[in-house]
Ligand binder design. Sequence first.
Ligand code: NAP
Length: 247
Amino acid sequence: MGCLDGKIALVTGAGRGIGRAVAEKLASEGADLALCDVKVEWLAETEAAVKGMGRKVISVAADVSKAAEVDAAVDAVQAACGRIDILVNNAGITRDGYLARMSEEDWDAVLDINLKGTFLMTKAVAKLMMKQKSGNIINIASIIGLIGNAGQCNYAASKAGAIALTKSTAKELASRNIRANAIAPGFIETKMTDALPEEIRKKMLDAIPMRRFGLPADIAHAVLFLASDASAYLTGQVLSVNGGMVM
Ligand code: NAP
């Protein structure tokens, strides 16, 4: 018996990194999974892992920044599963650069996927959750959305926006029995952070009181808490998971 038995969870950006760890954690607690990424091929490993736990799984392709693709993906999940109990908006990218040299393309790409993508997916799934009269939305933001960062004005703005979107969603939908919370991860070891130069990684590590980078599993545990009834009275909150880097 898991604490998510009978629940259907949709996770975006589930092909690797934090999204994959989240999908597998929710499945390990009994949820059936709808996996979303830009291409279904990229979901094969996550799908196999979820199936290996005896859970049902459907994989759908969508670029979360495109409304038509998001709507089609949510329709496909609804047709296959009948409902969506948990939505984890995890898909996200970085296109770092200093403000003075930031191109319009890099600004738009990050805002489109990280913020507009979260809005489009939330809007499509919330319609279904309102009909169900229940639901749980978890947005993966970032500590950078709380504190800002030199060289990441686009990313910081997108994640601060995602936090504000989370709070507005929580206020609008609380009376419909739908919760919305955000997680603000610190530095987590994934492909997104692998690309950083060694000197930046060292500087980051020095700034973490727990003296280790986070793992995707650290975020997956926090998602499980927000997805479960253990957090039943929590909405509109930002849970920071960062080894003490930001307090
Ligand atoms: P990752 O390893 O790069 O994984 C991101 C996933 O999102 C990939 O599967 C990626 O697919 C997918 N994706 C990208 N653009 C998409 C789009 N337009 N539509 C649908 N899916 C898309 O990154 P991660 O580190 O696991 O990050 C996951 C989330 O955590 C992101 O929102 C990120 O901002 C946030 N976060 C990460 C850290 C960290 O330190 N790693 C810290 C704070 C917050 P592709 O194969 O197409 O790239």
